[in-house]
Write a new protein. Structure first.
Length: 246
């Protein structure tokens, strides 16, 4: 199999990446519904729906903003406008979704944490989506820099590169197993989601150093600055995590 993987069925090119994105959303949501039936939920159905709505709008806006900030160049042509409509990143979606949830909870006056039930579905959804990114090769800006590392791969341009998405797929599989076990433990409400955000954003902060980013501020990419914002947002949890590890 060659990468980018671009199969043609009955003369029609198949966008595998796009198909896997849709599958990721569908599977993640169905898995969330399965978990909600299986696990006692401390929030009512109406509250959950409001939270999901807030997360959806927040993720939609956040993914576009951070996606644009990765290369903030304005192009006033029609092609540039179409690009702005389609550019997105999961990092902006996650943090935008977080802010959307907090705003929705503030509006309805909900004080309880609500993220733990989303951890496994989000991890699974990103895992499936990243398979699509990997198969897209250099057609998606998710590849790594040139390398002589033994895992270097030709992703479609004849250059051995870090398969960044493959690294992330492995990392997400480990996170899924870890959090699936932690779900069975008696832990503080909301702590799993905070741990997930810190662990995933921490991974993305370091993996950005082996991606060919073209826009930097003070030596860090836009994604890395978003990671810093996330670390500050969850600073109390981060401090507790280090104290517990010590």
């Amino acid at each position: 199999m060659n990468i980018p993987f671009e199969p043609v069925v009955a003369g029609v090119p198949i966008n595998v990446h796009l198909i896997l994105e849709y599958i990721a959303f569908f599977v993640a949501f169905r898995y969330y519904l399965f978990l909600r039936r299986k696990v006692a939920d401390h929030l009512s159905t109406s509250t959950r729906l409001t939270i999901i709505l807030g997360a959806t709008f927040g993720a939609l806006i956040g993914s576009r903003i951070i996606g644009f900030m990765e290369n903030p160049v304005l192009d006033y042509s029609i092609a540039g406008f179409i690009y702005l409509l389609n550019v997105k990143t999961i990092m902006g979606g996650l943090f935008g979704g977080l802010l959307g949830v907090e705003i929705a909870k503030w509006i309805i006056g909900e004080k309880q944490s609500s993220g733990d039930l989303f951890v496994l579905p989000i991890t699974l959804g990103i895992f499936i989506g990243r398979i699509g990114c990997f198969l897209a090769g250099i057609n998606e800006f998710t590849y790594g820099t040139e390398t002589s590392f033994f895992m270097g791969m030709d992703l479609g341009d004849g250059v051995l590169r870090h398969p960044v998405t493959l690294y992330e797929i492995i990392y997400l599989a480990v996170l899924f197993v870890l959090f699936r076990r932690l779900m069975k433990e008696e832990l503080e409400n909301g702590i799993l989601f905070r741990w997930f955000m810190l662990l995933y954003f921490g991974f993305r902060f370091f993996i950005e150093f082996i991606k060919p980013n073209i826009f930097y501020t003070l030596g860090l990419s836009s994604i890395q600055w978003l990671c810093v914002v996330c670390f500050i947002y969850y600073r109390n949890t981060l401090i507790k995590l280090f104290k517990h590890a010590y």
